[in-house]
Design a protein around this ligand. Structure first.
Ligand SMILES: [Zn+2]
Length: 384
């Protein structure tokens, strides 16, 4: 037992230490470590089983056999050795429909108003804009996730060097870095060979800069066919999509994008927000969004009142693992949201249980912009 505990503690320390800045081990290192730990533990278990058997034979104490067997079994069972990921693996099959569901977040307890938001930035790094995003996040002590394009990091020209510097700053800021392919290819429209190249070369470009092979993968446009899903699965990558997005790449009016994002955050009760760290418009959206989330933050002193908490991706995924939404697909979830909204509008009931005397939560307070239409009245999917 002690031996097993030691393995567990060591693995835990390593995983934690890595997360806290010692550098995340590569997937291969992680796998090698777990395999080694398994081997050592099972050798210890064998030795212990032999020793126990001898003790038991010597003492001729039949009653102890059961305990000895239990110990030997416990010694060989490494189910509780933590994975090297600092977050739970929720979609080992790398299924796109499941990835969309995971992105929708956890099932929130009835009576709790705490809603989670995590930020992701795609298509960088851009030396012009990424450092500004990093400064904004650092000021608010937010850890986000960046899905980057490998090609920007390759080569010896000044721009490539500046892009590599920007990515190093992302890593130094404590943010997660994921692979967004080498050339931002639509992976359902290229050959199988190209799918593999896009994933592997993107990862290699990132690893050359950060020293770490990314575990997170986000396909451009969220599109991946069966072949692509199998490739992601075989590489042990975590497929990570998003739930809140309003085309910040295509639009010029940042205030409008912000308002629609907020509408979606209220309707979906938080989520994984997708922005792009390569446009000034997106940075303006980010500033407004953070201001709004701050104004509407969750208050632990009034836990039933709906409010938002910005968390890092591992925290978000841990909460999803602890309480997954009970729907197989996003369509099922959407139908449940519609029904809940309909019931609320029939009963004229507020969506959230409130303590006696507590005022209705004030929403849409920012800069007199009436935030997105009808969504505030159908914000909550009441979980029963
Ligand atoms: Zn993209």
């Amino acid at each position: 037992m002690v031996g097993v505990l030691r393995v567990v503690l060591f693995a835990g320390t390593l995983a934690m230490g890595s997360w806290l800045g010692l550098g995340k081990p590569t997937f291969d290192q992680a796998r090698a470590f777990v395999e080694k730990a398994k081997g050592e533990a099972s050798a210890r278990a064998d030795a212990k089983a032999k020793a126990d058997a001898k003790v038991n034979a010597d003492a001729n104490a039949d009653a102890k056999d059961a305990d000895a067997n239990a110990n030997a079994n416990a010694g060989g069972d490494l189910g509780n050795v933590p994975s090297m990921r600092p977050w739970p693996e929720l979609n080992a099959e790398a299924s796109i429909p499941k990835a969309w569901m995971v992105a929708e977040g956890p099932l929130y307890r009835a009576g709790s108003g705490r809603r989670l938001v995590t930020l992701t930035f795609d298509d960088g790094p851009f030396p012009e804009t990424t450092p500004t995003v990093l400064r904004i996040l650092a000021k608010k002590k937010i850890h986000a996730s960046f899905f980057v394009i490998g090609r920007y990091l390759d080569g010896e020209d000044a721009r490539a060097q500046a892009s590599r510097e920007a990515l190093k700053q992302v890593a130094a800021g404590g943010h997660l870095i994921g692979n967004h392919t080498h050339d931002h290819a639509l992976l359902t429209a290229v050959t199988h060979t190209q799918v593999l190249e896009q994933i592997d070369e993107g990862a290699a470009s990132i690893e050359r800069v950060t020293g770490k092979r990314p575990i997170l993968f986000r396909p451009p446009f969220g599109k991946l066919d069966d072949f692509g899903q199998a490739a992601v699965r075989e590489r042990g990558l975590d497929l990570l999509l998003w739930s809140v997005e309003k085309q910040d790449m295509q639009r010029a009016d940042s205030h409008e994008v912000f308002r629609e994002l907020v509408g979606q955050i209220e309707y979906k009760e938080g989520g994984i927000v997708l922005l792009h760290d390569i446009r000034w418009t997106s940075i303006a959206v980010l500033r407004e969004l953070l201001e709004w989330l701050q104004l509407h933050r969750w208050d632990p002193k009034r836990p039933s009142r709906v409010g938002y908490e910005i968390v890092d991706l591992p925290t978000y995924l841990r909460e999803v693992a602890a309480a997954p939404l009970p729907y197989a697909t996003r369509d099922e979830l959407e139908r449940a949201r519609e029904v809940a909204a309909h019931e609320r509008s029939d009963s004229r009931e507020p969506r959230q249980l409130r303590e006696p005397g507590e005022k209705r939560p004030v929403v849409n307070r920012v800069r007199s912009c009436a935030v997105a239409h009808d969504t505030s009245s159908r914000r909550s999917l009441s979980r029963r």
